[in-house]
Design a binder for this molecule. Structure first.
Ligand SMILES: Nc1nc2c(c(=O)[nH]1)N[C@H]1C(S)=C(S)[C@@H](COP(=O)(O)O)O[C@H]1N2
Ligand SMILES: [Mo]
Length: 210
């Protein structure tokens, strides 16, 4: 299908890694807590909070996997300094979710929710990036359980913790609020090219009071 994906020959962003990162052979598994068991009959993807129509929007697993599928070639940068480069992520663009379940005009941030209450907050502008994708596949294969099956968010221009694995929903917010790692000392924005690793590096306006 389509063009071959280039691997081993650099990164999706060019030949350089963000400052302080090193290339990782293979693909380590990194997360807090256990790997959730996928129960298709109980699974739904939910968009809630300040939606344009005031309603909650939900997709069951069949409905979600029937949404338009695209691919994005992008790297993962973990704040612990390993990077995994050149992956071809397949799935549903975040933009598609914004189109199908639009936020109200005063929404500025989103909280992306995963199993077990894991969460990460993003500026709406970061979430609306045309490269942000709810990935169901990597390099043409379904994600494995430990890498986030059935759905993980990938936001290529931010550190990987901004992309929850095992995503279950998106909350639209009219003010910023810290997610799981952002409450625990990690930077509210998390731009790897600016090395925004820790919350003590935040400048005025980067995030809510700690
Ligand atoms: N639900 C959930 N998603 C998560 C995390 C987590 O702890 N829980 N950790 C993040 C971090 S810090 C990284 S580096 C990536 C790692 O993805 P990988 O295990 O597929 O390499 O997942 C991110 N997504
Ligand atoms: Mo990470």
């Amino acid at each position: 299908m389509g063009h071959p994906v280039e691997r081993e020959s650099g990164t999706a962003a060019g030949s350089e890694l963000p400052p302080g990162q090193r290339l990782q052979r293979g693909w380590p598994v990194t997360h807090y807590g256990p790997v959730p068991k996928f129960r298709p009959e109980r699974w739904e993807f939910r968009v809630f909070g300040v939606t344009a129509d005031g309603d909650k929007h939900t997709w069951n697993h069949d409905e979600f996997t029937a949404l338009p599928y695209t691919t994005v070639v992008a790297d993962l940068h973990c704040v612990t300094k390993f990077s995994m480069t050149g992956a071809e992520w397949g799935g549903v663009p975040a933009r598609t979710i914004l189109d199908l379940a639009p936020p109200a005009p005063d929404v500025t941030h989103v909280m992306v929710w995963a199993e077990y209450g894991f969460s990460s907050n993003l500026r709406l502008s970061d979430f609306a990036s045309d490269r942000a994708i709810f990935a169901t596949h990597k390099d043409g294969e379904l994600l494995t359980a430990e890498h986030g099956f059935p759905v993980r968010l990938v936001v290529p221009h931010l550190y990987a913790w901004k992309g929850p694995k095992w995503v279950r929903g998106v909350e639209y917010m009219t003010a910023d609020r810290r997610g799981f790692w952002e409450e625990r000392g990690y930077h509210n924005i998390g731009d790897p090219w600016k090395e925004q690793r820790y919350s003590y590096q935040e400048g005025p306006g980067d995030g809510p009071e700690l």
